[in-house]
Design a protein around this ligand. Structure first.
Ligand code: PRP
Ligand code: URA
Length: 209
């Protein structure tokens, strides 16, 4: 069974409140999503392996630690996942980025795949699938399946807001994938929106409607 980690850091919670607020406009929404993604990346990379190197400070030789060069990959689910990429890349600039285009059919709520472009070596990378919203879980489950079909093995799922239904679906279909979220909300409404949620993440990020 995959684990669910909820990041309760005060800065993340404070920024998430402004993201949820319907009076927050596109520019600020975009900036806040990027900032929260960066803070979440700080937490999610907590277990990255380190190795020791020898350096010289201005004062003395020293043994010190650097990242052990683990290969990482970010996989935003289009569109809304794009809003989180730059924030994460600010902390891990060497990560490669693959894209999975999926939209949720508004009537059936089923994910429709329209684009997949991935780094060639995804099987060797630790991959973080990124999407602000985990609602029914259909999009995330389909993205994870698309990645596994192409050889991905080490996967994490990072979202801003998760619904219990989406968590249950990912845990059922992808028990090997841990879920990282800034909040777990109450439920879905009859249109499959997360309650209270933040509304339509793609529309709020890109100013469409
Ligand atoms: C949103 C969101 C997720 C999906 C979540 O995307 O960014 O990808 O819905 O819903 P689910 O868990 O029920 O699948 P949307 O389908 O609105 O596409 P967009 O990002 O292109 O607007
Ligand atoms: N997709 C969104 O953008 N928001 C929701 O609440 C559910 C799915």
């Amino acid at each position: 069974m995959s684990r669910v980690y909820v990041f309760d850091h005060p800065l993340i919670q404070h920024k998430l409140t402004h993201i949820r607020d319907k009076n927050t406009g596109t520019k600020e929404f975009r900036e806040l999503v990027e900032e929260v993604a960066m803070l979440m990346a700080y937490e999610i990379t907590r277990d990255l392996p380190l190795e020791e190197v020898e350096i010289e400070t201005p004062v003395a030789p020293a043994k010190a630690k650097v990242l052990a060069g683990k290969k990482l990959g970010l996989i935003p689910i289009l569109r809304a996942g794009l809003g989180m990429v730059d924030g994460i890349l600010r902390l891990i600039p060497a990560a490669k980025v693959g894209h999975i285009g999926l939209y949720r059919d508004p009537d059936t709520l089923q994910p429709v795949e329209y684009y997949v472009k991935l780094p060639t070596d995804i099987a060797e990378r630790d991959l973080i699938v990124i999407d602000p919203m985990l609602a029914t879980g259909g999009s995330a489950a389909a993205a994870l399946a698309a990645l596994k079909k192409r050889g991905a093995r080490n996967l994490k799922l990072m979202c801003l807001i998760a619904a219990p239904e989406g968590i249950a679906r990912v845990q059922e279909e992808h028990p090997d994938v841990d879920i990282y979220a800034a909040a777990v909300d109450e439920r879905l409404n009859e249109k499959g929106y997360i309650v209270p949620g933040l509304g339509d993440a793609g529309d709020r990020l890109f100013g469409t409607k």
